[in-house]
Ligand binder design. Structure first.
Ligand code: AHM
Ligand code: MG
Length: 339
């Protein structure tokens, strides 16, 4: 039997973060420690999701969250894990979670310089069917004179210092990017208990004929959105090939596929949900940063660059189109033409 080639010089997330930190002379190590706490929450959430059906964690918790969604038992557990990890990191001052109506202020860490936004378990309506879900996160650095107030977090995504998401699928994947840097993908090795760098410098293909949208909402779509998706399905040129449709219904999973294969993911605002469905601060902005740093584009339903959108409230929603550079450009061009 041929011996498996063993890599004895693996880049773990811990090593990656330490190496990143050493590139910044002024770094204090706070950001690295915060990331270690994040990493622990991802591992724990992944662990409970894997075991959910075995330890009676499926189904509803009997409560609803700030925006009125029914909470699953795992939504509550995922949130509690995340909150505990951020509080105990000592580096997080403010935390906005999809599952918490108000921004959490950790007064016990008044000197902490970071604010974190998160959706602890995105796609949770899919949980009981064993479909991939994940955690979306963004990290802001607070101003030196910050008071630790919720309003200080009403920032555009362009202010994020780091963002990313995990996807708990066949294996747990972690995608992370920092301001002005590349996008890197890690895979959880359960035996080692470490995220291993498996997808360095992720770059979206410039174009790809795949679209990902909940077509069940098309009755409510505005004209330019209808025209755009029709143009993908019924190509104008003779003999043109229509796009493939792929929609999982978990943004983390749809986004992960789009990052790897290219194409477009959209959740447009429409006549029924005029503000869109996905939340600006902890769903749209972190994803937009990942997509831009991987060479793609992300815009809202008004065709504004997603990263420039400032939420008026921490749970504000927006329409979003994100994906390969050329695919998003087509959306922008069609909107210009039909608006
Ligand atoms: P959630 O944060 O309550 O899980 O909702 C967000 C999810 C996204 O993961 C996904 O893209 C979208 O909602 C799916 O919505 P729909 O079922 O309307 O297609
Ligand atoms: Mg969500």
């Amino acid at each position: 039997v041929a011996q498996e080639k063993i890599n004895t010089d693996i880049v773990t997330l811990t090593r990656f973060l330490t190496e990143e930190q050493s590139k910044h002379r002024e770094a204090t190590g706070d950001f690295t420690l915060l990331c270690h706490a994040l990493q622990f929450s991802f591992k724990s959430i992944a662990y409970y999701i894997r075991r959910a059906s075995l330890i009676n964690l499926s189904g509803l918790a009997g409560s609803s969250n700030s925006t009125g969604d029914d909470q699953k038992k795992l939504d509550v557990i995922g949130n509690d894990i995340f909150v505990a990890a951020m509080r105990s990191s000592g580096k997080c001052r403010l935390l906005v979670s999809e599952e918490e109506e108000e921004c959490l202020v950790f007064d016990e860490n008044p000197k902490a310089r970071y604010a974190v936004v998160c959706d602890p378990i995105d796609g949770s309506s899919n949980l009981d069917a064993g479909v991939s879900v994940g955690t979306i996160f963004g990290i802001f650095r607070l101003a030196d004179n910050a008071q630790g107030k919720q309003e200080e977090l009403l920032l555009p995504g362009s202010e994020l210092v780091a963002s990313g998401f995990t996807m708990y699928g066949a294996s747990a994947q972690l995608v992370i990017t920092m301001k002005g840097s590349t996008v890197n993908g890690f895979t959880m090795d359960n035996a080692l208990g470490e995220f291993i760098l498996t997808h360095p410098n992720m770059k979206l293909p410039k174009s790809r004929a795949i679209y990902s949208v909940n077509e069940g909402n098309s009755l409510y779509w505005e004209e330019p959105v209808k025209k755009y998706f029709d143009s993908l399905k019924y190509p104008a040129e003779k003999g043109g090939k229509p796009y493939s449709a792929r929609y999982i219904g978990s943004m983390v999973a749809d986004a992960y596929r789009t990052l790897l294969y290219g194409g477009i993911f959209a959740y447009p605002a429409d006549r029924k949900s005029t503000k869109g469905k996905l939340r600006i601060l902890y769903e749209c902005a972190p994803m937009a940063m990942v997509f831009e740093n991987a060479g793609g584009q992300a815009v809202n339903s008004r065709m504004e660059r997603m990263l420039t959108v400032v939420p008026e409230h921490i749970h504000d929603r927006s329409g979003i189109f994100m994906g390969s550079y050329d695919e998003v450009q087509k959306v922008i061009d069609i909107h210009k033409k039909y608006q």
